[in-house]
Design a protein around this ligand. Structure first.
Ligand code: IVH
Length: 687
């Protein structure tokens, strides 16, 4: 007679086997229905016999209770990164160095695709998956076991009879290209923000605290390496992958063994040519020495092993049709030509527009409407038109001449001395108002909720506003607001309340919101640190401004010119009359408390899990640090989140101090003044 315990074991074995066939081998032998029936039987038995539950049961894949947060755990063996090479000369140089180091030893290379996903390490103790960690800063990562368990192809228990005592397996979790498109479609339909590319979608999914949601995400993984090993060893990389396969892991579908550089080059070409056949995004190939017993001899640098090198393919270039060139009017009136493209997928995301920067640039590249153009994503982020495919130019395609009047308001345009940009000279240009208002209410300016581009357009159309200062008298026009389409009492109240709340924003926000040319968020914060009020800035002089670190003569002139203009003085008067805060609140935080960060120049990189990038920036500033964008010899500290890339490498090279996100949180002094404590608490989502 079968006891429940026995039946449970039977069902688990069967389900494990079917999981493996379905997810890892893609060769199911039973129907979904039959599978579901086995799973239901197992779930029922486990519910009836909670004492028989087990963490490696196939039932625990569907996700468990949401977590409060992730626990950070050190890696048994650090997860270091790979050195990159960008062309064949780099790879040949790597080969030369390796041959020299290995003197006359015989060795081979293996070449395999480089998966553009999220690095994860799995730890199996006596065959059972005990922990999955994200890379984190390489020394320790987040415990994401609950999320990784939901990935069908990840064995919860190793297949085979004699598992090793400890096996750490490393690889890449990714979102399938197909799954990514579907997920974004449904997010778009639900009004949710879409992910920029499959990598972000995978990283975002693994960071969710609710593994039930993760279970619905189309994640998969490929495993290509190992960390700590006890009771098992491998002679070659190829043999390691073969063994991982027998344990039930998905490994690269094909790897190339090469005797020499010619063969490596062929492999690199073949991998690139087969790119579209992979279900994941691939950003290059990895060349590894196959003989693992040579790894120790080769050793590693602080950041990467010498037994492997990554080869990054050129950014993907795609041809598409440039349907039309439109002109965008910026808040300062600058007119920017924009390429409206036939949408195409480039390096993992859909591109339908690309800036053409200005007329000089457009003429230099001879870009015309109707052209077939080659686009790529510069730094894999911002789409750019690289060149025109002249052979495909249709007859009669005309260049767009520099504008003679503003496309939005027909007012005359002009070019300032020394500038390539054309500007609309009409202070009342509606397109300019739109851009300015969008900037003014934006998250890094006055941060006014409940007002987006569509509403601004509608308000402009109804002539309820034409200038940012008009927002503060909008409450006088409540009746007209209620008359607008889709504006119920509640939405109007929310809008007016959000505007009211913004009156109390920090001084730097209003400085930024004013739209002073050349004064971005960071300069606005620098100004706040040096002046107690907007009036003080308006009354200052060039010498005082240029004495401030980070403010040069161009920015100083911009500021002085702005405040000298009558219309801007009137703008500020209107803000003052409306009760908008134009004073610094208290002394600047940076001088109010001393922290480990006071006066430090800090760079943020990688993705953070406990706060957004913006929140981290604000927090750092409150703790007295100066946040800059790139790592240089002036950088005192790098805060590296998940998947930190080139900035981390550069910081390591320069010997810059490196912190994790937790280090940052721990740097908040317990005795910080209430104003900071509360700000910090809300930033950490605690308050
Ligand atoms: S081997 C010591 N093989 O790329 C590091 N890495 O840019 C050994 N990656 O950190 C890594 N595909 O996250 C290796 N076939 C592959 C890979 C791969 C993707 C990732 C991995 C690594 C990063 C380096």
């Amino acid at each position: 007679m079968s006891t429940p315990a026995k039946r449970i074991e039977e069902l688990r074995d069967q389900l494990r086997d079917h999981n493996h066939r379905y997810y890892t081998l893609a060769q199911p032998t039973i129907s979904d229905r039959e599978y579901d029936a086995l799973m239901a039987e197992l779930e029922d038995l486990e519910t009836a016999h909670p004492e028989l539950r087990s963490p490696d049961s196939p039932t625990v894949r569907v996700g468990g209770e949401p977590l409060e947060g992730f626990v950070t755990v050190p890696h048994a063996v650090p997860m270091i990164s790979l050195a990159n090479s960008y062309n064949l000369d780099d790879v040949r140089a790597y080969d030369q160095r390796t041959r020299k180091r290995l003197a006359d030893k015989d060795f081979h290379y293996v070449v395999e695709p480089k998966i553009d996903g999220v690095a994860v390490s799995l730890r199996y103790e006596n065959g059972i998956l005990v922990r999955a960690l994200s890379r984190g800063d390489g020394r320790s990562g987040d415990d994401i076991t609950a999320n990784v368990r939901t990935i069908g192809s990840v064995p919860l228990r190793l297949q085979g009879k004699t598992p090793p005592e400890v096996l750490e397996v490393r690889g890449e979790v990714y979102m399938t290209r197909e799954g990514f498109v579907k997920l974004n479609d449904s997010r778009q339909a639900a009004g949710l923000q879409v992910f920029a590319n499959p990598r972000n979608a995978a990283a975002g999914s693994l960071k969710l605290l609710d593994s039930k949601v993760v279970a619905t995400r189309p994640l998969d993984a490929v495993w290509y390496g190992v960390g700590e090993l006890r009771g098992i060893a491998f002679d070659t990389h190829r043999q390691m992958l073969e063994t991982l396969r027998t344990f039930g892991f998905r490994t690269p579908a094909k790897i190339w063994t090469c005797d020499n550089m010619d063969e490596v080059e062929t492999a690199l070409r073949e991998i690139r040519e087969g790119k579209d056949a992979y279900p994941f995004e691939m950003d290059g190939a990895v060349i590894k020495v196959d003989e693992r017993d040579l790894y120790e001899e080769l050793g590693s640098t602080a950041k990467s092993p010498r037994w492997a090198v990554a080869y990054k393919y050129e950014p993907e270039q795609v041809e598409t049709l440039l349907k039309e060139i439109t002109i965008q009017v910026g808040r300062t009136g600058v007119l920017t030509p924009v390429a409206e493209l036939e949408p195409v997928l480039v390096s993992g995301s859909t591109v339908s527009r690309a800036t053409l920067h200005n007329w000089d640039e457009m003429q230099r590249k001879d870009i015309r409407a109707g052209d077939t153009v080659v686009i790529e994503k510069a730094g894999e982020i911002i789409p750019a038109v690289v060149r025109v495919v002249l052979e495909k130019r249709p007859e009669g395609a005309k260049a767009l001449p520099p504008p003679t009047k503003c496309p939005a308001c027909d007012a005359p345009v002009s070019q300032r001395a020394g500038e390539v940009a054309w500007r609309c000279d009409n202070p009342a240009c509606p397109a300019k108002s739109l851009s300015w208002l969008k900037h003014f209410v934006g998250r890094r300016a006055m941060d006014i909720d409940h007002i987006g581009e569509e509403l601004i357009r509608a308000l402009l159309k109804e002539q309820l506003i034409s200038h940012p200062a008009d927002l503060y008298t909008l409450h006088e026009k409540k009746a007209q607001l209620l008359d607008m389409e889709r504006m119920a009492e509640k939405s109007v109240d929310n809008l007016l309340q959000a505007i009211e709340n913004s009156k109390n924003a920090d001084l730097w926000r209003i400085i930024h919101a004013l739209g002073i040319p050349n004064v971005g968020e960071r300069t606005a914060q620098t100004l706040e640190a040096h002046f107690a009020s907007l009036q003080e800035i308006a009354d200052t002089d060039e010498a005082t401004l240029t004495a401030i670190e980070d403010i040069g003569p161009i920015v100083a002139k911009s500021i002085l010119d702005f405040f000298a203009l009558g219309e801007n003085q009137f703008f500020i008067e209107r803000l003052r009359a409306a009760g908008v805060n134009l004073e610094r609140k208290g002394t600047p935080v940076s001088v109010e408390i001393e922290t480990d960060l006071t006066g430090k120049t800090v760079v943020l990189t990688g993705s953070l899990s406990q706060m957004t990038r913006d929140e981290a920036k604000d927090l750092l500033r409150k703790l007295g640090a100066k946040v800059t964008g790139s790592v240089s010899s002036k950088t005192d500290l790098l805060i590296a989140g998940e998947d930190a890339g080139s900035k981390l490498e550069k910081a390591q090279k320069l010997g810059v101090e490196i912190w994790t996100e937790s280090d940052l949180v721990n740097a908040i002094p317990k005795d910080a003044p209430p104003s900071i404590q509360s700000a910090v608490q809300s930033e950490l989502g605690l308050g």
